[in-house]
Design a protein. Structure first.
Length: 521
């Protein structure tokens, strides 16, 4: 099933395995995918003498395999064939179980995972075309490996459609914990860990063994996207002690499928660019703390302190805020209720779930029109709703979308309510801003593409912000407090572009260094 080139690469990946692993396969001969599944597992197992396959009796709809380390379960199971984007999840499951995965968390995150209370059964429904699903699957697999009271299984929704429909899943990844919905959409290990701590509790709550860690630096960079990476690299090149505190390296850029305007790079993807940022950061003695979400910021003193969820404290005389932005929501009745049940934000991940159906795209900018074009190849009908009187997308995108027969565009249209039957989206109420008349549009789902909202909440009490929450900076990326700088999409700099964010991150670092040598800090 796997071609020789892939097999050779997998052999290289598994060349240094130190432990024996078994794929315990249970697949019913009644399944149409029986041969595909058995050959796939056999191919992977053939890539190392440390790997073997054991098939056990199965019937009905069963189609799964578990990863065993020696004779012991790792808590990791795959229901389906982890091909496509999930192939990496399978390889990392083995490497992490062997202690060799490069994505294993640091000490502080590890101890929080080990301290989770109770027996927790995690299930993640995925699509093999989803670029966000592997992050979730890999994060929860790590939790299963680190905590013997946690198990996790990846479920390919396409191969278990009846089950997915019964669970009313309309977005991926969708995570259940002990049968209850835990998470929908993209996320990080830190975000998932925080949700599990809130749901199940943490044994370290009153344990003196887990005193919060305190770390001090010359420059503290908050955020790991293009702006944060540039700020960290420029600061490190000045010989300063630098730390990056972020939910993930790459940040929002991972959401971008194709990037064609990063000058000198004709084409790349968000995932590739995120990997390049990580590699470049790794060329310098920069300490990176991922899976952290900021809980509290104390910025008015000479030594600024940042406290993250979990209790860790980071301190520095200079703080560069590059926390970026997240998807802006409609903030109308019904939206929050139906997220993951018809309200979606990522057409690349969730689009395949709406094959042959009618969906709406809210937003006529580049993101919205690109989404409409992509969805038109999957869905029966796509309705674009733009609040303004005209589309805001680049003309080349407008020309392309207007040539698609199954795309209908309405401008001057304000979405006022998301409608549903209690389990899924059934339509929208839309106000015509020209006539003042409201109408109902029946549809199966909607994709919200109305831009980004600055991730500035932890800093708003101490820094000057705009009406929409962007941190106000001057031409040198300085904020309203000395020693505090902001760069990229979290700031009020015009034009939210990757290349602009990189330049602003570099500028913030240079300003911080200039203030340092002039004695401002």
């Amino acid at each position: 099933m796997l071609d020789q080139n892939i097999l050779d690469q997998v052999k290289a990946v598994f060349a240094q395995l130190a432990n024996d692993f078994t794929f315990e396969l249970a697949v019913s001969p009644e399944r149409a995918e029986y041969d595909e599944m058995t050959h796939f597992i056999a191919d992977v197992a053939s890539c190392s003498e440390r790997l073997s396959c054991k098939q056990i009796a199965a019937s009905g709809n069963l189609m799964e395999f578990s990863l065993l380390k020696g004779e012991n379960t790792t808590g990791i199971k795959f229901r389906g064939i982890p091909n496509g984007h999930e192939f990496t999840s399978l390889l990392l499951a083995v490497l992490n179980a062997d202690g060799k995965g490069k994505n294993l968390p640091d000490e502080a995150i590890t101890r929080r995972i080990k301290a989770l209370k109770g027996n927790i059964k995690l299930q993640t429904y995925v699509s093999l075309t989803c670029t966000n699903c592997p992050d979730i699957v890999q994060a929860l697999n790590i939790m299963a490996l680190l905590n013997p009271h946690i198990s996790h299984e990846m479920i390919d929704g396409a191969l278990f459609q009846e089950e997915a429909e019964e669970m009313k899943i309309q977005a991926v990844p969708t995570v259940y914990a002990n049968g209850e919905l835990l998470h929908v959409g993209r996320g990080t290990l830190g975000e998932l860990l925080e949700k599990l701590e809130k749901t199940f509790g943490n044994d370290s709550d009153n344990d003196n063994e887990y005193e919060p860690m305190y770390r001090e630096y010359d420059v503290l960079v908050l955020g790991g996207g293009p702006a944060g990476a540039a700020a960290a690299i420029y600061s490190a090149r000045k010989g300063l002690k630098v730390a990056v505190v972020a939910e993930s390296v790459g940040g929002q850029v991972k959401e971008t499928v194709g990037i064609e305007n990063l000058i000198s790079v004709p084409f790349t993807t968000g995932v590739q660019l995120a990997g390049s940022l990580r590699t470049h950061i790794g060329h310098y003695p920069i300490e990176v703390f991922e899976n952290r979400r900021i809980d509290k910021a104390e910025l008015k003193n000479n030594l600024k302190k940042i406290t993250v969820i979990g209790g860790e404290v980071f301190a520095a005389p200079a703080v560069i805020i590059a926390t970026g932005a997240g998807w802006r929501r409609l903030n109308v009745e019904g939206e929050s209720e139906y997220i993951g049940r018809g309200v979606a934000f990522c057409p690349h991940c969730d689009g395949p779930l709406y094959e042959g159906k009618h969906v709406a795209v809210i937003g006529g900018g580049n993101s919205g029109i690109e989404a409409a074009i992509d969805l038109a190849g999957i869905c029966r009908k796509v309705t674009v709703l733009e609040f303004a009187d005209t589309l805001k997308a680049d003309q080349v995108l407008q020309d392309k979308v207007r040539n698609l027969d199954n795309v209908q565009i309405f401008t001057s249209s304000q979405t006022t309510q998301v409608l549903g039957d209690g389990s899924r989206v059934t339509g929208l109420n839309v106000l015509d801003r020209n006539t003042g008349k409201e109408r109902e549009i029946e549809l199966d789902g909607l994709f919200v593409q109305i831009g980004l909202s600055a991730n500035s909440k932890p800093f708003c009490d101490e820094l000057e912000t705009t009406r929409i929450g962007e941190i106000v900076v001057d031409a040198f990326c300085r904020t309203s407090l000395p020693g505090v700088y902001a760069a990229g999409d979290v700031s009020n700099v015009p034009y939210k572009q990757i290349i602009v964010a990189m330049g602003e991150g570099a500028k913030a670092a240079l300003s911080a260094f200039d203030d340092r040598i002039r004695g401002v800090l």
